[in-house]
Design a protein around this ligand. Structure first.
Ligand SMILES: N[C@@H](CCC(=O)N[C@@H](CS)C(=O)NCC(=O)O)C(=O)O
Length: 90
């Protein structure tokens, strides 16, 4: 199973979509609606704040835009989007 992005087209989730394009990475996109599916019990298990975006990578669930961007940059170091872990520039 690959990456899954829970997002809404009118949200900051578009930043993750842009980053995925920059990385050239395939990701299943799951549209979540404000006020309804975003607040469902199933979705609140992914993000207890009931917000988008959420990225799922196998058993890893990440919410918070900055955390998702950092995670993706670290997952694909060959794309050089962030200094390596341990690099003082980081
Ligand atoms: N600090 C969070 C904020 C996420 C957030 O506020 N997302 C908005 C869309 S841009 C949202 O899902 N709002 C739904 C709500 O508050 O009910 C992040 O950076 O990911």
């Amino acid at each position: 199973m690959g990456l899954q992005l829970y997002t809404n087209k009118e949200s900051r989730g578009v930043v993750v979509e842009w980053l995925l394009i920059e990385l050239g990475i395939e990701c299943e996109r799951v549209e979540v609606e404000y006020h309804t599916s975003m607040k469902s019990p199933e979705y609140l298990k992914l993000n207890p704040f009931g917000k988008v975006p959420v990225l799922i990578d196998e058993h890893v669930v990440i919410y918070e835009l900055a955390a998702i961007c950092a995670y993706l940059a670290d997952k694909f170091p060959e794309k050089n989007l962030a200094p390596a872990l341990g690099d003082p520039k980081r």
